[in-house]
Design a protein around this ligand. Sequence first.
Ligand code: ZN
Length: 110
Amino acid sequence: MLVRDARVLRSGFNEGNMRHDPTAHAKVVVIGEAYSLLQVVTLEGAALYCTLQPCGMCTVACVWAGVSRVVHGAGRTDVNAVYFETRHANTVDFIHDAFRSDIEVEGSLG
Ligand SMILES: [Zn+2]
């Protein structure tokens, strides 16, 4: 769910299987829809709320979209038993590497 100024901009879910598109993760879907709906060039000031720590692709999408805050529930290692991979890049590291010190990330450190 993408929120700005106490207003839900878009909410969504993973549509990869439905669209036959492996890039259609919920975060990418809602960011794309928000840009299209709002006709904006940045989502500065927006917060992305998600169940699981964003993957690398979704994290970089947040960086490029200008999302200001990411709040996630479970960390990747919290769900390794059911997740498709055991190795992962940390969202905070990705954001730091992208020189975006202004994105706030909250969530499980797992
Ligand atoms: Zn993702």
